[in-house]
Design a protein. Structure first.
Length: 506
């Protein structure tokens, strides 16, 4: 075991030495170019006419026509007086034929010194080789940027996930399939915007820095504003400011933005992530179920062409008609236990202890908290096909309206797909007196040591006192949605720059 470790360390050291040697050679090439007044870094603009993708998709249109392309050298074959190179641009790769007869002796000699990773521009005409590969016959080649560091796959490939996430710029170059994930991400967000605008929703922006942490149950990031000499919080949700806008007279609003939670990191959680939140006056949580179904099914159809997907080996159908069941019904279905027959905190806590379920602290020894614990332990992982679980306990839903049928429950739902939660929605609590009392309970929990509990927001209470109409609200995690439609196992695979621990702190 130790021998293998030492061998790997030796290989890494040898590779580092090789890299340093090649970097020195590349710097010497750059110095030579600069001494000849051919510094590529002094070029400020290059007039590219077409991309590789455009040319390949429309060969008949471009055949024997002059084009100017640009991209990074990914492969190069020197064959005496004629050579081939492959460049990669924003679309894809395209081959170029380069010869001394077309470029002249001096330019061809310079071309032969170019390295893999250099960025060049090529002007020439489009043709097909004997093997039917669409190519550009170069008449002129221009070095646009000198790559001073070899691409990593020259030594060991860029397969290590940790290195890929840290060096996303290199990951995108050497693993082109990664770029497709982020193209799909962009299309998903654009499609969501299109659907919401069709339905009359107004996109707005709300503050990232706030004087109060609210709108969710989560531990916030804290920063300090020097001029005001106050602590401020990076938002943990978009909710409260969006509902202030409903109070102000906008009937339908939404925001797609970053939120920040100072919590653990795993394959589903990153400290900063992208969330969609929308609110509609005169609607309730059943309306939010309908729009959730539409957002998921239409976006899947529009972006990837089907509502039938495979996620981590599980076949899932996102077509409308999702299952809908209450939290208590779902627990009974899986465990046989009916919490409608358990009416006291004491009974619920006793049952949890009999099942060996851990209750986080004394403040959470309530029937509502136990219901939530049972659901998390037994039910969530079983919900593979899209399912709305609704009517959540008041104790875990401080911003949701109480159910008229059972005041211990709220008109809240979460949507589950593949055993994971993808969205959260309420019939929004608009009673300022009730909201004040629930905020007070959150403050008490915070004072008892719960760092995730919410704070008292006096201004939001004042807004509710002005009057919030009956309102439906919905939050969807965009990153998880992208994971679902791209079959990505980790949230880091769908974030261009995921949060990483600095290497010098490892």
């Amino acid at each position: 075991m130790q021998e293998n470790k030492n061998e790997n360390q030796n290989q890494n050291q040898e590779q580092e030495l090789d890299i340093n040697h090649l970097m020195q050679i590349r710097r010497e090439k750059l110095t030579e170019l600069q001494n000849e007044n051919k510094d590529p870094f002094e070029i400020t603009k290059f007039n590219r006419t077409h991309t590789a993708g455009e040319i390949k998709a429309n060969y008949e249109k471009f055949e024997q026509k002059d084009v100017t392309v640009a991209g990074r050298i990914m492969a190069k074959r020197i064959m005496g007086k004629a050579s081939f190179c492959t460049i990669q641009d924003c679309d894809e790769k395209i081959q170029s034929y380069v010869s001394i007869n077309d470029l002249g002796e001096e330019s061809y000699k310079a071309f032969k010194t170019f390295d893999i990773g250099d960025i060049i521009g090529i002007t020439g005409f489009v043709f097909k080789t004997r093997t039917e590969e669409i190519s550009v016959h170069a008449k002129e080649v221009t070095l646009l940027s000198k790559s001073l560091r070899p691409l990593p796959e020259k030594f060991h490939g860029l397969k290590d996930p940790d290195l890929r996430y840290r060096q996303r710029y290199t990951d995108l170059i050497v693993n082109p399939e990664v770029k497709e994930t982020f193209l799909i991400r962009s299309k998903i967000i654009s499609n969501i915007r299109k659907i919401l605008e069709e339905k009359g929703y107004l996109e707005v922006e709300t503050p990232i820095l706030n004087t109060i942490s609210g709108g969710a149950t989560a531990r916030p990031f804290i920063t300090h504003h020097n001029s005001l000499n106050i602590n401020m919080y990076l938002r943990i949700a978009l909710e409260l400011n969006l509902k202030r806008l409903i109070v102000g007279g906008f009937d339908k609003v939404y925001e797609i933005g970053r939120v920040f939670r100072n919590e653990g990191m795993d394959i589903r959680h990153n400290p900063e992530f992208t969330e969609l939140e929308l609110y509609a006056a005169y609607q309730d949580y059943h309306d939010m179920m309908d729009i959730t179904e539409e957002l998921f099914s239409r976006t899947a159809k529009d972006v990837i062409g089907t509502t039938k997907i495979t996620y981590q080996g599980q076949e899932i159908d996102l077509a409308p008609g999702w299952k809908r069941k209450t939290m208590i019904e779902s627990i009974k279905e899986v465990t046989g236990i009916d919490f409608n027959e358990i009416n006291s905190d004491e009974e619920a806590v006793k049952l949890a202890k009999e099942k060996g379920l851990e209750i986080p602290d004394k403040t959470k020894e309530t029937r509502g908290d136990v219901i939530s614990i049972f659901f998390d332990e037994y039910v969530e992982k079983t919900l593979i096909q899209p399912t709305f679980i609704y009517d959540y306990p008041v104790e875990i839903s401080p911003l949701a309206k109480k159910s008229p049928k059972d005041k211990r429950m709220t008109e809240r739902f979460e949507v589950f797909i593949g055993g994971r939660e993808y969205g959260n929605a309420f019939s929004e609590l608009n009673d300022p007196i009730d909201q004040y009392e629930r905020f007070k309970k959150q403050v008490e929990a915070r004072e008892a040591g719960d760092e995730e509990a919410g704070m008292m927001d006096e201004d939001y209470i004042q807004a509710l006192e002005i009057g919030l109409p009956p309102t439906g609200g919905l939050g969807i995690g965009i990153d998880r949605f992208v994971m679902l439609l791209t079959d990505s196992s980790s949230i880091r695979d769908v974030l261009l720059f995921p949060t990483m621990k600095p290497l010098n702190n490892a």
